[in-house]
Ligand binder design. Structure first.
Ligand SMILES: [Ca+2]
Ligand SMILES: [Ca+2]
Length: 248
């Protein structure tokens, strides 16, 4: 059991680091061109080109309730264009990036939470636990094949849970009444060499359970792509995921 702390400084630092997304400052073996729009091509290739296969262009499409970032082979190639601080954010995004197989895809997904209570619409008659959801698919533009989709093969680690005591939802002071649990993203977790064997399989959810809003229906999805989260769509508010695509 993680410590149930309300240490504001600790939480602030954790959230700050979470807010930094999936960038890995320790990964010095890769280069990237930051994506500034959905049409920008980012580069995520390993430096060891002697053994790498030829660079390939990929497209990624992602819908998240409410926010995500995307890192491939240790290089950040995309981030939700709507800030994580946006209460109702249900946009879909499409990215293009260049990388070499094998791909290590690392994503951060966050459900909107107004503060460490984990609640939203605080102080209104809609005060509640919000719920999350993530779906993504990746296509090799050389072959036109979908080479990765979100499903239970993705490994997951919850880094922010709240509220742990769900009866605090009706509190007039949820920031005090609600307990939470946060951990920092592990160092180098986006690196291809990171050991995620202790992480657990992502959980698949149906569309009826996630109730995707906003732009989800503006994109065409592979029937294999599944909504994922951790085990709890409401209490788990920030999750990091990894999956490796061995080859084309
Ligand atoms: Ca939400
Ligand atoms: Ca939530």
């Amino acid at each position: 059991m993680m410590s149930r702390t309300t240490n504001v400084a600790t939480v602030a630092m954790a959230l700050l680091l979470i807010g930094c997304g999936a960038s890995s400052s320790s990964d010095t073996t890769s280069t990237a061109t930051p994506a500034t729009s959905s049409s920008t091509t980012a580069v995520a290739s390993t430096a060891d080109t002697s053994s790498a296969t030829a660079p390939v262009t990929f497209t990624a499409q992602v819908w998240a309730d409410n926010w995500f970032s995307l890192t491939v082979n240790g290089v950040k190639v995309g981030e939700d264009s709507v800030l994580v601080t946006t209460e109702r954010s249900f946009n879909a995004e499409t990215f293009t990036f260049v990388a070499t197989y094998p791909l290590t895809i690392a994503m951060v997904a966050k459900d909107y939470a107004e503060d460490e209570s984990g609640l939203e619409y605080i102080g209104t008659d809609r005060q509640q636990m919000g719920d999350g959801g993530l779906i993504a698919e990746f296509t090799d533009k050389n072959t036109g094949k979908v080479i990765a989709v979100t499903n239970t093969t993705w490994k997951s680690l919850v880094i922010f849970r709240a509220p742990l005591n769900v009866d605090c939802v009706s509190s007039a002071d949820p920031a005090t009444a609600c307990e939470h649990e946060t951990i920092l993203e592990p160092e180098t977790w986006t690196s291809p060499t990171f050991d995620d064997s202790a992480w657990v399989a992502a959980t698949e959810f149906t569309a009826a359970e996630v109730r995707p809003q906003g732009d989800y229906t503006t994109l065409t999805w592979s029937p294999d792509a599944q909504f994922i989260w951790s085990g709890d769509l409401k209490v788990d508010n920030a999750i990091v995921y990894r999956v490796t695509v061995a080859d084309r």
